[in-house]
Design a binder for this molecule. Sequence first.
Ligand SMILES: Cc1cc2nc3c(=O)[nH]c(=O)nc-3n(C[C@H](O)[C@H](O)[C@H](O)COP(=O)(O)OP(=O)(O)OC[C@H]3O[C@@H](n4cnc5c(N)ncnc54)[C@H](O)[C@@H]3O)c2cc1C
Length: 433
Amino acid sequence: MPSTDTVIIGAGPYGLSVSSHLTAAGVPHEILGNPMHAWRHFMPPGMFLRSEAFASNLYAPQRGYTMEAYCRQNHIAYEPVGMRLPLETFVDYGLWFQSHLVKHVRKVDVVGIHRKDGLFRLDLSDGKPLVARRVVIALGLKGFEQMPPVLQGLPRPYVAHSGEFGSLAWAKGKNIVLVGGGQSALGLAALLGEIGARVRILVRDGTVTWNDRPKLSRGIISRLLKPEGGLGPGWRSYIFSEYPFVFHELGSQRRKRIIETSWGPSGAWWLRDRVADDDIILNTEINHAEIKGNQVILGIKSDGKTSSIMAEHVIVATGFRVDMRQHAFLSQEIMDSLSVIGGSPELTRDFETSIRGLYVVGPASARSFGPVMRFVYGAKYTAPRLARHIGKCFLEDARSSRLTQSVVTPPEFVEGSGGSGLPGQPVFRNPQK
Ligand SMILES: Cc1cc2nc3c(=O)[nH]c(=O)nc-3n(C[C@H](O)[C@H](O)[C@H](O)COP(=O)(O)OP(=O)(O)OC[C@H]3O[C@@H](n4cnc5c(N)ncnc54)[C@H](O)[C@@H]3O)c2cc1C
């Protein structure tokens, strides 16, 4: 059966960044998944990134693969802060990064993972299984869509989560209710309004928070007082963006509080003029929902008054909640041994779960490493840290298997094996070579 040292599941910004670092560290590995798939298929064309351009990189150990380098090569005007970065540019950049540094990606899905005798066996959608010592899960937000209980179970296309949409062309002329008061809801409201949909936005809070337009050039005092971090300006943001290990060192309760109460929903400055205040209904709770005829009827309580509202479609933009049980390909035995808090995996400083050799990166690691992991900026810390750790484990395993060989295996077997050289062990190969 084909085997490798490490398998990365997922080829988004995290998986691609980790792969480029593992290649540099000389670790034989495979990376599985469709490159930038979520960005290409589950985000609406015309969307701008919420993150600043300097915080929208994929990370490679070598120079020359940043968003800035990509823009320079393609004659695209680049500003680290204050630039409106189109989704399409980010997708092209990610695919360019992959075509240069992660050519070996395999466009297959993992459909099952089992663990036996310290090794992982992966079943793939192309029917060819794979064995690995280590597995890195880099699946982004997939499967974590959060839906208010009152809307659960209502059929598509009447009710759907914002994370399910790519193109919005179908929505022209439709009457749509959006639920949520953050970037996803406000961004969709702007795009839907611009293509000719009738939009209303139901917001639970009493206000919508709009981010200020960043100052393009700031003096040294201003930068000292409020340094620019991946999560936004300010010292707190800077520390949690640049040094996620600080967050990891905090107690579990403190981490939970920070994750739940900081960096709450808000809209980017460039959306402010594209969303009409009249379309936003504040202080609103949905008490009841049903489908009648071809319409969704929502029973709502807004500012203490009850009423109902009708729409052809309801799009729920209430975010994502990590729940490892949603990764249906993990075997029951793996799920039973996986230590989780509120659905999120408990991770060591090296992103390792309670199962030896199983790692989780990206948004699913936010409970351990902080809010920066919800954004691509978190890959800046994750990729080198994880590659250093896996590189060390790989060398230790290679050393101990050489030691075992010299004791139990005749020299001619070692020479001819071409792999780990251990009888009964899989041959480990490096697809990058
Ligand atoms: C609407 C929206 C806007 C956002 N805007 C921003 C922003 O402006 N800036 C920012 O930093 N973050 C933003 N985010 C968050 C961002 O999407 C995530 O932080 C980021 O994509 C995580 O990257 P990832 O590599 O972990 O996962 P993803 O980019 O989600 O990639 C997941 C990968 O897993 C693969 N995959 C899925 N299932 C399988 C399987 N069974 N087997 C193998 N492979 C599989 C997919 O093909 C894909 O390659 C946004 C999110 C949303 C929903």
